[in-house]
Design a protein around this ligand. Structure first.
Ligand SMILES: Nc1ncnc2c1ncn2[C@@H]1O[C@H](COP(=O)(O)OP(=O)(O)OP(=O)(O)O)[C@@H](O)[C@H]1O
Ligand SMILES: [Mg+2]
Length: 224
């Protein structure tokens, strides 16, 4: 199973989501490969910090790949792992297209702000293009960094729902300090103490939507 966390907007939460999902999958006993396909190397830096802080190591394997090597490298390494999670950069790079060409799931976080949602058409085009060579690709969009109040969340949700290229995930991650606080110490938000119950519940809901095999196909559209 290969999951790409992508999109063309910087700072939407790709690395936050990719690292948290990798940690949660590993925590559930899966053999996980986290691929850092962004030359900013956020996931690599995070994993180095995590390894330094945890006697047992990160709990997953992390490799950095760029450009066409994202395709060839992941094709070579994926059979050795149960789950591959790819963190892509915030631009339409060769790496992102390479990741899209071989993944099962493409997961795109959107912040409910105009500049972010304006990239939706571009990302939908990338998905349609990728489906010509990867027809089974499942693409999901969800709201990250939701506003605590106001109408922007609902407006962004309507925009995301209107795009046939994506399945809209109704689970939202709020703007919560716990995500940054956990990342700063090499932890997933579910591992942070004291725990932020809302952040934990939200990331668990996203994880459950994507990966909970106990669920029926109607509540687990990724079918994994
Ligand atoms: N739900 C959230 N609540 C609060 N802060 C968040 C949330 N999601 C992400 N952030 C913060 O926003 C910043 C950008 O997040 P992140 O690095 O995950 O984005 P990115 O999409 O990977 O960025 P880039 O495009 O540069 O790779 C980080 O400081 C992160 O801690
Ligand atoms: Mg990133």
């Amino acid at each position: 199973m290969i999951t790409v966390v992508g999109g063309t907007k910087g700072g939407s939460g790709k690395s936050t989501v990719a690292t948290n999902l990798a940690i949660m999958l590993a925590g559930a006993g899966r053999d996980v490969l986290l691929v850092d396909a962004d030359d900013q190397e956020t996931s690599t830096d995070f994993t180095n910090l995590r390894e330094a802080n945890r006697p047992g190591g990160a709990g997953y394997t992390c490799v950095a790949l760029t450009g066409a090597a994202v395709r060839t490298g992941v094709q070579r390494l994926a059979p050795k792992h149960e789950h591959v999670v790819i963190d892509t950069g915030g631009r339409d790079t060769i790496s992102q297209r390479a990741a899209l060409s071989i993944c099962d799931i493409y997961l795109v976080p959107f912040a409910p702000r105009s500049f972010d949602v304006w990239t939706l058409d571009k990302v939908a085009e990338l998905v349609e293009e990728a489906r010509t060579i990867n027809p089974d690709l499942k693409a999901f969009a969800f709201i990250n960094r939701a506003d605590p109040r106001g109408s922007e969340n609902a407006e962004a949700a309507e925009m995301l729902k209107s795009k046939p290229a994506f399945t809209f995930i109704p689970t939202t991650l709020g703007t919560r300090k716990a995500f940054g606080a956990a990342a700063a110490t090499g932890l997933g938000v579910v591992e942070l103490r004291p725990q932020d119950p809302k952040a934990t519940e939200e990331i668990q809901a996203l994880y459950g939507y994507l990966f909970d095999t106990a669920k029926t196909s109607s509540t687990n559209p990724a079918g994994v």
